[in-house]
Design a protein around this ligand. Structure first.
Ligand SMILES: C[S@@+](CC[C@H](N)C(=O)[O-])C[C@H]1O[C@@H](n2cnc3c(N)ncnc32)[C@H](O)[C@@H]1O
Length: 245
């Protein structure tokens, strides 16, 4: 399986105000980053009493990006997102967790959620939010292509990176913009979809920008929103070769 794309270099800054769980998370994040953890990088992960925040070069603390900031208000079951996931409460694995905003919406719709994230930076943001009670699901660090086979999801949800087509006059919000800059493109998303289809028992839902082609042809159905759409794929039984290899 090809290696994950490399994260941009990041400085890990631990403030004395961080509690012991956050201090441990800072140390774990340093280890996960390895050589990409540097003393004066363009990006900083700040661990303090408010959790974990990703700061760009010019950002003062409090003006960067945190995970799971969405207010958990009621999500309409008529939204394309809700219809794509299905009406019944399901066991969903969000295999591209990012900042955890979509996972929070799944939770608000009554689904059971577990998330996977392979970027040490995004994972630190999610685990920081979890430690402060803002993100009430298990977070697994690693590549979903390897971890999905150990889980038994009914639904796998995928939202791989896709380049924005907006011009600089209409920049995407800071969260997605910072995440894209630090994490880079997800060039292996098609492969992830193949694995997801072999593991999910009910469906795989793929979020795409409205201008993006489907990850692979012929989704079973499509649910169009204003700026994004959700392609729904049926499960596919693995071939005999894939089962034994
Ligand atoms: C566009 S972001 C997802 C945003 C997310 N839906 C949200 O609501 O914040 C894509 C994320 O998927 C992660 N990702 C992509 N491929 C992955 C894989 N094979 N395993 C684990 N994480 C993956 C990337 O690291 C990135 O953080």
């Amino acid at each position: 399986m090809p290696a994950a794309p490399s994260t941009a270099p990041v400085t890990v800054r631990l403030e004395k105000t961080a509690n012991s769980a956050l201090s441990e998370l800072a140390e774990q994040t340093r280890q996960r980053l390895g050589q990409r953890c540097q003393d004066s990088a363009d990006w900083t992960l700040l661990f303090d009493e408010l959790g974990v925040e990703l700061l760009g070069g010019a950002d003062a603390p409090g003006h960067g990006v945190r995970a799971a900031t969405r207010r958990l208000s009621r999500v309409s079951p008529r939204q394309p997102f809700a219809r794509a996931l299905g009406r019944q409460p399901r066991r969903i694995v969000d295999a591209t967790a990012g900042l955890g905003e979509d996972a929070l919406m799944m939770f608000a719709l009554g689904h059971e959620v577990l998330v996977i994230e392979r970027s040490p930076v995004a994972c630190a943001l999610l685990e920081g939010a979890a430690l402060l009670g803002r993100f009430p699901f298990p977070v697994l660090f690693g590549d979903a292509r390897e971890l999905l086979g150990k889980l038994e999801p009914e639904v796998v949800y995928l939202d791989p990176m896709f380049p924005s087509k907006r011009r600089s006059s209409a920049l995407p919000p800071k969260g997605p913009r910072y995440l894209a800059a630090v994490v880079g493109p997800d060039a292996d998303a098609e492969q992830l979809l193949t694995v997801a289809q072999q593991v999910a028992t009910d469906r795989v839902v793929v979020k795409r920008p409205d201008h993006a082609p489907s990850l692979t042809p012929a989704p079973r159905s499509r649910h169009e929103g204003k700026l994004v759409r959700y392609d729904v794929y049926a499960p596919v039984a693995p071939t005999e070769y894939e089962q034994t290899s």
